[in-house]
Design a protein around this ligand. Structure first.
Ligand SMILES: [Zn+2]
Length: 473
């Protein structure tokens, strides 16, 4: 086939497209340059304090108060928004800034509830938003009122600055992520049309650690492992402790558990995990750096596979994992019980079939008399590809603000709401703009949860730039 005659026309078209997109880019650059940041940054810090003072400990949640806080912000900025109350005190809030519709929407998702806080172990009250040494304290300062507030600020700034958009920009804040996910579940069940056509979603699950002497790693969450909790039950003849029963319920249970404790499920290397090791290789000393650069090849060496499996930081990314977390049986020292049970916290990699895993576990237990029952409602694990324009844009924007940072795709051991939105065909990433030390990061769900104020000021600017660019390409 020849395009000989069409060539001049095509060249013209290409030139026209190029100059148009170059024009659009300059327009966006001009837009970004024109923003005067200090007042927006001051406002971000002030509002962060207000948001942290709204107690949304779950249970009971009371997210309606947080939704009303966001509604006030959006109403003042003229942003179309709706609160969806779905149970007493519980609500989601949805807001949208319309684009010209040439690209599919981008969703910023956050949950408004937080885990409970025991005030007696905190330096400053957990719902104070108080400042100490440049850090703001409050339950949710890491998980994830920080990200939620930055997302809301991005909406407000986009509206005030009249950000041109090719995509709709959607803000969705949900209730109950920390306990039962009823907020997202309600939204997906009752208003799937609000999110269904979206191309991208960003939410929690990104962590950017400043590691002393090594550098800063920006982990973009691309997938999560799924909890597949199991109870193993042994039953048998009970009796007096003075007359041992060799095949009693506790004896059979502990023997089977010993086999599980010695077992490592097979390694299954996901492409994103391979990419993760390649990215962080630069932080490792030689030999290990070479191994990390081609982890697939390195894992063929059994000595290396064994050593990396012993490293808690990496092992969970390479395989399904099993942790023995609960053991019960008996009530008195001189009574052999007729029932004993244990619970396993099993985490499956994206793509894993729970039945295949169960088959492997049964053969390791090697005792068909043991009952195996699920403890939680299993939701299949999933992940998003890194081969997208948004992922590349994240790399570009992160490097613009921190040229030395390493950007790597992260696999979460825990759960995020992304898992519920990926089945709709939405590419979901855990993305966060705040860089923190491991010490601050560890305050998530713990005492003295806090966020460095300087990071809030920097973070709002970076998130705005990412969203502004992503909204136009
Ligand atoms: Zn969270």
């Amino acid at each position: 086939m020849s395009f000989g005659r069409l060539q001049p026309l095509r060249v013209l078209l290409i030139l026209a497209t190029l100059s148009f997109s170059a024009f659009a880019e300059t327009q966006l650059d001009d837009h970004l340059r024109a923003i005067v940041w200090p007042p927006y940054q001051d406002e971000t810090v002030k509002l962060m304090g207000e948001y942290l003072r709204i107690d949304t400990s779950n249970p009971p949640g009371n997210e309606l108060a947080a939704a009303e806080f966001f509604r006030r912000l959006f109403d003042q900025a003229g942003i179309q928004n709706t609160i969806y109350p779905y149970a007493p005190g519980r609500a989601d809030i949805y807001a949208v800034i319309k684009g010209d519709g040439t690209l599919r929407p981008l969703i910023m998702l956050n949950h408004m509830d937080v885990v409970q806080a025991d005030a007696s172990s905190w330096r400053l009250p957990p719902f104070s938003g108080a400042l100490l040494n440049g850090e703001m304290y409050g339950r949710g300062a890491q998980d994830m009122k920080d990200e939620g507030l930055l997302q809301a600020m991005v909406m407000v700034i986009a509206a005030r600055q009249h950000l041109p958009l090719k995509r709709d920009l959607i803000f969705l804040a949900t209730a109950d992520e920390e306990v039962n996910d009823t907020g997202s579940a309600w939204m997906l069940e009752n208003h799937p049309e609000l999110v269904r056509g979206a191309e991208y979603l960003i939410t929690e699950g990104g962590t950017n650690l400043i590691i002393q002497g090594r550098g800063t790693i920006h982990e973009v969450g691309v997938g999560e492992k799924a909890p597949f909790w199991l109870r193993l039950t042994a039953t048998g003849r009970g009796g007096h402790g003075s007359i041992p029963i060799p095949d009693s319920a506790p004896n059979r249970l502990v023997k089977a558990l010993a086999r599980v404790a010695d077992w490592q499920p097979p390694i299954r290397l996901l492409p994103s995990v391979e990419q993760y090791f390649r990215a962080i290789a630069a932080l490792e000393p030689e030999l290990r750096a070479t191994q990390f650069r081609d982890i697939r090849k390195a894992l063929q060496d059994t000595a290396f596979a064994r050593s990396i499996s012993q490293d808690e930081e990496y092992n969970y990314m390479l395989r399904d994992t099993v942790s023995l977390t609960l053991l019960r049986g008996g009530f008195q020292t001189n009574v052999i019980p007729d029932t004993s049970y244990a619970e396993l916290d099993v985490r499956l990699l994206p793509g894993e079939d729970p039945d295949v895993f169960l088959g492997q576990l049964r053969s390791v237990l090697a005792d068909d008399s043991l009952g195996i029952t699920p403890v939680n409602r299993f939701k299949p694990p999933n992940s998003s590809s890194t081969d997208t324009s948004l992922y590349r844009l994240i790399e570009q924007v992160v490097h613009q603000y921190n040229p030395q940072a390493i950007v790597a795709p992260g696999l979460e051991g825990g759960y995020t709401e992304s898992q519920m939105y990926r089945p709709l065909g939405i590419t979901c990433y855990g993305f966060n703009t705040l860089e923190v030390t491991p010490e601050v990061d560890a305050t998530e769900h713990a005492a003295n949860e806090r966020v460095p104020v300087e990071q809030l000021r920097r973070g709002v600017k970076i998130l705005y730039e990412l969203v502004a660019r992503a909204g136009n390409q």
